[in-house]
Design a protein around this ligand. Structure first.
Ligand code: NAD
Length: 334
């Protein structure tokens, strides 16, 4: 069977997902949700989604009565994910939600609870969890080829443009660079090191308070400590280009990925040489794999479920807390 997906929020990233899904073997677009009637018409014609499977933000609860939709993929601004995911769950459909899953751990927990109560799955759009070169590094670490892991560095940033976009509006974004791009370093630290952090320290700096208003972080450096003694040092910023690099260091070897989380191709090398896994369209592989998770109960090598998203939100909360207090924050994720 094929996973029949309704896309919610027909913006920039949804366009990329929709194009990539044209090459999926196990997932297809069977519904659309948008506040713009013209987009519903245009996308409906392009992706062959009939009028009865097109919804707006007022009436999408009616998706409950649509047998041609199994799951809704939420691709709207961050602060909207929480309410939308809960409504989708209550309509009895599986939820695939873009990162960050929510804007804080409390809201994330409510989403996890709502999906559990409704008996639907909750997955987060962590496309790197299916990327072959990334998974090769995970395999090397798991097999012991890198030895005991000692250090991870994650650098995640880009220079953001238009000051009026929702990404710079606290009410819609939930924060700044950390919510949007720094989350890749947070999440990457966990799947690269292969442990859950037990403490975090963090420092914030801001060069442009007019563009990056209160509650919208421009640059945050943060450090994570892991139970084994491994440490991570990370940078999240909206003020630097060409910043997309992971470095993992172990007693017997290293791996570096650069770019590490861009749309591709992901490139990297280890102490044994270049990484040579195939370059794939991330969203095509992600949606095929998510079909297997939802329809067949497959277990991915690196999880993408709501609890995984929730762990990242707990770390984001702790990083913001560490920035505002200046104090080390203890974490209990397991
Ligand atoms: P975007 O601005 O291009 O699209 C957002 C869409 O949401 C627009 O179509 C907009 O009309 C719609 N929308 C609905 N209600 C809205 C409201 N109240 N205010 C503003 N817009 C509203 O943004 P995007 O880049 O597509 O990002 C959407 C989500 O996808 C974000 O959560 C983002 O973090 C995530 N994203 C993920 C990746 C990834 O690689 N996984 C990449 C880009 C974006």
């Amino acid at each position: 069977p094929v996973l029949r997906v309704a896309l919610m929020g027909l913006g920039g990233y949804a366009s990329r997902v929709a194009e990539a899904m044209q090459s999926c073997e196990r997932a297809k677009i069977t519904g659309l949700i948008s506040g713009t009637p013209g987009k519903l018409e245009k996308w409906g014609a392009k992706y062959d989604v009939p009028e009865k499977s097109r919804y707006n933000y007022t009436n999408f609860d009616e998706i409950r009565d649509n047998p041609t939709i199994d799951a809704v993929y939420i691709i709207t601004p961050n602060a909207l994910h929480h309410d939308q995911a809960i409504r989708v769950a209550k309509a009895g459909k599986h939820v695939i939600c873009e990162k960050p899953m929510a804007v804080n751990a409390k809201e994330g927990q409510e989403m996890v609870d709502a999906c559990a109560a409704a008996g639907v799955k909750l997955l987060v759009g962590y496309r790197m969890h299916f990327e072959p070169n990334t998974l090769e590094v995970v395999r090397m670490r798991q097999s012991g080829e890198l030895g005991k892991i000692l250090f991870f560095q994650g650098l995640s940033g880009f220079r953001i443009g238009d000051p009026n976009q929702w990404r710079l509006d606290k009410d819609l974004a939930g924060g700044g660079a950390l919510m949007d791009i720094g989350i890749y370093a947070v999440n990457g630290a966990r799947y690269m090191v292969g442990e859950e952090p037990v403490w975090v320290t963090a420092q914030e700096s801001k060069t442009d308070p007019a563009k990056f208003k209160d509650g919208v972080d421009e640059t945050i450096q943060f450090q994570l400590g892991f139970p084994s003694g491994a440490v991570a040092s990370c940078l999240s910023t909206y003020n630097m280009n060409y910043l997309d690099r992971f470095f993992l260091n172990g007693e017997k070897g290293f791996a570096e990925l650069q770019p590490a989380t861009g749309y591709g191709p992901i490139k990297g090398r280890t102490n044994k040489g270049e990484l040579t896994q195939p370059h794939v369209v991330h969203q095509t592989v992600q949606m095929d794999e998510m079909a297997g998770i939802i329809l067949d109960g497959n277990k991915p090598i690196v999880p993408v479920d709501g609890l995984e998203g929730l762990k990242d939100l707990k770390i984001l909360d702790a990083i913001y807390q560490a920035c505002s207090t200046g104090n080390k924050q203890e974490l209990k994720l397991v």
